[in-house]
Design a protein around this ligand. Sequence first.
Ligand SMILES: CC(C)(COP(=O)(O)OP(=O)(O)OC[C@H]1O[C@@H](n2cnc3c(N)ncnc32)[C@H](O)[C@@H]1OP(=O)(O)O)[C@@H](O)C(=O)NCCC(=O)NCCS
Length: 183
Amino acid sequence: MQAKPVSFSRTTITELMIPAYANFGGKIHGGILLSLMDKVAYACAAKHAGAYVVTVSVDGVNFREPVSVGELVSMHASVNYVGRTSLVVGIRVESENVISGENKHTNTSYFTMVAKDMEGKLCEVPPLELENEEDVRRCLEAIKRKRLKAAFSDEFDNEKNRLDLAENVHLLKNERVVFESKK
Ligand SMILES: CC(C)(COP(=O)(O)OP(=O)(O)OC[C@H]1O[C@@H](n2cnc3c(N)ncnc32)[C@H](O)[C@@H]1OP(=O)(O)O)[C@@H](O)C(=O)NCCC(=O)NCCS
């Protein structure tokens, strides 16, 4: 399979934040931004894969700043890493105040997508050609993130399976919760 360069599938979606997207506090719903991220991740990953792709997992969605009605939001996506059937798409979200010209970086998130054929079976994706140092840095970060995530997931599963309520209930004492045992 011939490698495809990162630049081949780099994709940006830009959308004006209209009042219908606002929450009760007057800021943009997080779900609107997540939906836009999912769309740009789809376009970018499908372009690289040359196939239909679906979202498997999402990492690093931390909204650092709210987005307001009237701002122009741009989602810049590129493939950071490819496995056999999966791809990691990094998405940088920026929001521009079109009147003042002020620009802010609201978050960077990572969508893992897998490629599927028309029968819904997983299919192999082309290798990724890294074109510059930035591509190399993003790829190495994706590898580190994947390893740390797998280690965290194993450790958390162990903790969850071994969780003994009687042994751990004292942890609630430092939390702002109320619980009265019925025993
Ligand atoms: C994702 C899915 C294909 C995994 O199925 P599976 O039988 O576990 O397949 P595999 O273990 O072979 O994993 C396939 C690839 O997905 C990756 N993957 C699976 N689960 C993952 C996760 N939680 N996070 C990141 N990558 C994951 C694997 O690493 C593998 O990548 P590789 O081929 O590049 O090495 C399957 O769970 C699925 O189809 N989920 C539904 C996805 C969907 O429909 N999304 C739309 C949301 S409505």
